[in-house]
Design a binder for this molecule. Sequence first.
Ligand code: NAD
Length: 366
Amino acid sequence: MSLSHATQNETQFDVFSQVARYDHEQILICQDNHTGLKAIIAIHNTVLGPGLGGTRMWNYSSEAEAINDALRLSRGMTYKAAISGLNLGGAKAVIIGDPTKHKSEHLMRKFGRFVDNLGGKYITAEDVGTTTKDMEYVAMETDHVVGLPEIMGGGGDPSPVTAYGVYMGIKASAKKAYGSDNLAGKKIAVQGTGKVGLHLIEMLKKDGAILFATDIFEHGLKIASDKYGATIVKPEEIFGLDVDIFAPCALGAILNTNTIGQLKCKIVAGAANNQLEDDNIHGDMIKSKGIYYAPDFLINAGGLINVYSEYNGYVREIAFAQTENIYNTVLNIYEKSEADNINTQLAAIQLAEKRVNDTMHLQSKI
Ligand code: NAD
């Protein structure tokens, strides 16, 4: 892939200014003609520790889009690890291609070789478009991979731990908004009945919440309604429901000018990454409506905490216990947001950046 000789529809894309904008440490372009591998590993910041972030495989419409995704997502991983108190940096990899057509054992193994060449500066894991099986192929070529099945010494499916962190975020937000974190009788709308959404619904049901759910596929909805008594609504109806809490557990960028205008809830707290279409504009908009927004990268960090636990010999109970800290951090963020009069997403970013900067200062004095 040529970065200096941009294709016609990429003439506006300047990779160095993008890298400088987010202040990345290193970008690795991985290419292999034999397997067809085209990947980008973006290492954003390794001040706190090795950069950890999953490998996404996606049929990007352009190379610029793939690079942008890697840059944006890797920066998000720096924030997530920093605010969660983990000694990890932020990184992410993207593989360009259709995961249903272009993936093979040898493509994943070749990718594993590139990961290995970084000597531990980047640690990979599964993400959208890659599976645990793919990570088993990667693990044939490198030790720098986490999220393997439990029988291989890994932490297995992170979704229950992610859901638990979101549940903690919802409870802390309820404490702030209502003075009590008791969710009995609270009306809660869950967007997306996938892996995280269904675990979350189970936890909320146990607390006596009144549930509403939506999805674009039937499978999870049937479980939500038959097993947990959730009322099913159409995807476009979820935003305007008369509920106390909205938990987005499907897609990014779903909090925008149109959807925020429809919200009647007091709290937004869910698992989806990058929920705010724009951190400044939509973070401010949600704050000015008097809605408590629990920053996504803070409350969905349970999955990262889960893989981090693999370093010390994985014990699932410990991962769950560490995820409980999310409750107090969310309360701190609401306090900081009020004290500094900034939206909660920016308050969380500032807290994460402070930990990175303070650690960098510490290192420069040794
Ligand atoms: P998933 O793919 O299992 O579930 C997502 C669900 O959202 C699917 O059932 C899908 O059909 C549904 N969906 C897609 N578009 C929709 C729409 N327009 N309206 C309603 N539903 C829609 O994914 P997951 O693992 O449950 O993750 C959910 C979200 O949380 C994702 O954004 C993911 O990036 C994020 N997240 C997940 C984890 C984890 O541990 N799994 C960790 C951190 C963040």
